[in-house]
Design a protein around this ligand. Structure first.
Ligand code: C2E
Ligand code: CA
Ligand code: CA
Ligand code: CA
Length: 280
């Protein structure tokens, strides 16, 4: 029995060792990707739920690995944040997303000009000069601040860093909109919505999935929508995969949504084709 325990321990150690090696390899590959610019952005439409027309797009980063193909962020964002590589990567994401939306706004008729929503990690806010970085990127691309939305994950705000809120306040004063991402997964209290510089809440997909399963989850989503309305905030429902989700959300008065029902994230040229094709 003692020998078995020892073997188990060795296997455990070997496992830890492999994990560490994998993380280090990932980190150095990511470092290389940042230097070589091996990233691209896909864009998912944010639609007006009753009509299905796009009002904006969310930029979602992908890593174009020379051997392994396109890698989604769930496989590298964490390491990017830990290592600090999220800083140069995030800077590129912001600039590229703004260059792209500037282009779309030149091509599309003004009534159809979409806004761009960009995910920002808390680490980027902690970097001094983030506000200036945004200001400069807007100036370089000529995108009006009203056409930019920044998404920040609720769980990351829980740490309640006053400086982040101060910066968000400054950005919002400039006319940029601030969205709370994955809403409902972080704070246990909703009080902060009243006092903080926020324009939009994005209801996490898990609530949308549960919503069609029963009365209680539906009441929860309905409650979030009316709370948001009473505070003058806009709501985006995430992860809408079928027509039932959409119908229920429209009935509850949720104005905006995103999900595979409308479109998966698209490459920049696919977006223009999607915008031109009739939508339901
Ligand atoms: P998120 O911001 O919550 O983005 C939504 C994720 O759900 C995206 O995954 C999107 O492709 C996926 N999705 C959209 N509609 C549906 C649907 O109907 N069903 C399902 N099952 N999934 C749907 P993705 O692109 O893999 O991104 C994962 C996460 O990585 C994002 O979650 C965000 O937190 C992070 N991320 C992506 N791009 C960036 C970035 O440029 N910077 C930072 N800091 N984080 C990013
Ligand atoms: Ca997001
Ligand atoms: Ca989200
Ligand atoms: Ca998420």
């Amino acid at each position: 029995a003692k020998g078995a325990g020892k073997n188990q321990w060795r296997r455990y150690q070997a496992h830890l060792h492999n994990e560490m090696v994998e993380r280090l390899e990932l980190r150095s590959a990511l470092d290389h990707a940042v230097n070589e610019g091996h990233f691209l952005l896909h864009y998912q439409p944010i639609v007006d739920l009753p009509s299905g027309t796009a009002v904006g797009f969310e930029a979602l980063v992908r890593w174009h690995h020379p051997k392994r193909g396109v890698i989604t962020p769930d496989q590298f964002i964490e390491v990017a944040e830990e290592s600090g590589l999220i800083l140069p990567m995030g800077r590129w994401v912001l600039e590229e997303a703004l260059r792209t939306v500037a282009e779309w706004r030149r091509i599309l008729p003004p009534g159809q000009a979409p806004y761009m929503s960009v995910n920002v990690s808390v680490r980027q806010f902690r970097e001094s000069g983030f506000v200036d970085q945004v200001r400069t990127a807007l100036a370089h691309t000529g995108v009006p601040p009203e056409a930019l939305m920044l998404e920040i994950t609720e769980t990351l705000l829980v740490k309640d860093d006053e400086r982040i809120w101060t910066d968000l306040g400054v950005l919002r004063e400039m006319g940029i909109r601030i969205a709370i991402d994955d809403f409902g997964t972080g704070y246990s209290s909703l009080g902060y919505l009243r006092s903080r510089p926020i324009d939009v809440i994005k209801i996490d997909k898990t609530f949308i999935d549960d919503m069609v399963l029963g009365q209680q989850p539906m009441a929860l989503v309905s409650g979030i929508v009316s709370l948001a309305q009473s505070l003058g905030l806009t709501v985006v429902a995430e992860g809408i995969e079928d027509a039932t989700h959409r119908e229920v959300l429209v009935r509850l008065g949720c104005p905006l949504g995103q999900g595979f029902l409308f479109s998966s994230p698209l490459g920049p040229t696919e977006v223009l084709a999607w915008m031109r094709s009739p939508q339901s």
